[in-house]
Design a protein around this ligand. Structure first.
Ligand code: DUC
Ligand code: ZN
Ligand code: ZN
Length: 470
């Protein structure tokens, strides 16, 4: 089956053109300049023609940081592989990279195999995994090399959560040395968890139990300190480093400093750190702020975090926008932390709205159309070894295509979103622009408000090494 997408403005990470796109089955087979003989011939011969006039045509989004169907204590994140990938597709994301987690004492291989089995046959769009190493030891270090050969080419470590996931500096350096040898990317949750836990204990002892205290104790200085330490350890270990969910000006300054000094250091931020803040959201009256508890936390509106992060996106100090989609319902989820903010499960849901929320940055003049595509699709694909199969509209790539209508508008609401979540962190946000058609490996999954995707269409992706290795 061949499909011609014509009439739209084709966007890429480097610019825009009026070219047409020809799909054959699951692949893109040609990008045709307007008016060429070939374009006409393609239209006459195509089985299906999609008219994208007055719309943008762009590569499907790649969300490289999600937590679907993830256990946390006795809870599970609210979206399953099925509901989460469906919601992602509704918002123009056609690939997710989620996590498999090895807890201390567990075997990496067994943790990964269990995770692969959970996702198998469930996803509506293509998916891959990073591996969390919660227990760096001789065995897990040895497994790293094998996993890289099998397409798991990035490993997340934690400098937070002592006694659960935290790796100490020795373990971090060991993993980085291993990555230097096998080409893997080290992803870091950079917060000084030992200092944070002390501040949290002291806050509770003073009776400061509300959700907003989550933001007060997870201080930006402690994100910056851990970011700096991770950078220096990566330089010593000679491994590439990717800082996840960067939220503060303070940590951004460390990343910029490292990059200016030639270090192979990258960072992502997430929409919540560009649009939400500590006082209005985490500090919402009553227990309402619990909806906004995530780590790293939302930052104060009285500082310059939002403006600095937007600038970081323009300057490529921040090279990716992911969601860190980690949804917990208020009911039988976040409410575990009534009376003690430390027990509120950490995480925000946003997998559906990443492309739309970042597009508001285009509307506001913060970023260009090309940068929007680069941040949401092309760079995450390159960063994590999926390019050019994902992240670009080029011959040979998977036919993951989004047709986006800049004239559409909508208002985000839990009443209408497709995530399996009883609230929305972005309730009432007015959006300009919106997805009209989404194609996942040649199959139309969303078209003008109608869902035609299926669980199980999404396939598992083995990844190569990062394109950004030096
Ligand atoms: N880190 C994440 O990446 N997601 C959820 C919670 C956390 O600490
Ligand atoms: Zn994290
Ligand atoms: Zn996360």
């Amino acid at each position: 089956m061949t499909t011609l997408i014509k009439g739209g403005l084709l966007l890429s990470a480097t610019g825009e053109s009026l070219a047409e796109v020809l799909l054959d089955g699951e692949r893109i087979v040609a990008v045709l300049e307007p008016g060429s003989d070939l374009a006409g011939a393609a239209e006459r011969g195509a089985d299906r023609v999609i008219d994208a006039s007055a719309k943008y045509v762009l590569p499907g989004g790649v969300d490289c940081h999600t937590h679907l169907e993830m256990p946390m204590g006795d809870l599970m994140t609210a979206d399953t592989f099925e509901s989460g990938t469906r919601a992602a597709a509704w918002g123009g994301t056609t690939t997710v990279i989620d996590f498999a987690t090895q807890m201390a004492g567990e075997h990496v291989r067994e943790s990964l195999d269990a995770r692969l089995a959970e996702a198998d046959g469930q996803c509506a769009i293509d998916y891959a995994f990073h591996m969390v190493l919660g227990g760096v030891n001789d065995q897990s270090l040895g497994e790293m090399d094998k996993l890289v050969d099998e397409g798991i080419t990035s490993f997340k470590l934690f400098m937070a959560y002592p006694g659960r996931l935290l790796s100490d500096d020795r373990q971090i350096l060991l993993a980085m040395q291993q990555a230097a040898g096998n080409g893997a990317m080290i992803m870091m949750h950079a917060e000084n968890g030992i200092a944070i836990d002390l501040l949290a204990e002291q806050a509770i002892a003073r009776g400061e139990t509300d959700p907003v205290n989550h933001g007060y104790v997870r201080r930006a200085e402690l994100e910056a300190e851990a970011t700096h330490r991770a950078i220096q350890l990566a330089r010593v270990g000679a491994a590439p480093l990717y800082i996840v969910h960067l939220s503060s000006s303070h940590a951004l300054e460390q990343v910029a400093w490292a990059q200016n000094n030639g270090a192979n250091v990258f960072a992502e931020t997430c929409p919540q750190y560009l649009y939400l803040n500590l006082e209005d959201h985490l500090g919402a009256p009553g227990f309402g702020g619990a909806a906004y508890v995530c780590s790293t936390p939302l930052r104060s509106k009285h500082e310059h975090h939002h403006a600095d992060l937007w600038q970081g996106l323009r300057l490529n100090q921040l090279s990716v926008v992911s969601t860190d989609h980690c949804p917990f319902c208020m009911n039988e989820g976040k409410d575990l932390g009534v009376g003690d903010f430390r027990n509120i499960p950490n995480g925000l849901g946003g997998i559906e709205h990443r492309m739309d929320l970042l597009y508001q940055g285009v509307v506001a003049g913060e970023i260009t159309l090309a940068r929007w595509v680069e941040l949401c699709s092309t760079t995450p694909a390159r960063m994590f070894g999926l390019y050019p199969r994902k992240g670009a509209i080029v011959p040979g790539a998977d036919a993951d295509v989004v047709i986006y209508d800049p004239a559409a508008s909508s208002t985000i609401s839990a009443e209408t979103h497709h995530m399996d979540l009883d609230h929305s962190a972005y309730e009432g946000f007015e959006l300009q622009g919106g997805v009209s058609t989404v194609i996942s490996r040649g199959s139309v999954v969303v078209d003008n408000g109608t869902w035609s995707g299926t669980a199980g269409h999404g396939g598992y992706l083995r990844r190569g090494l990062s394109s950004y290795l030096r």
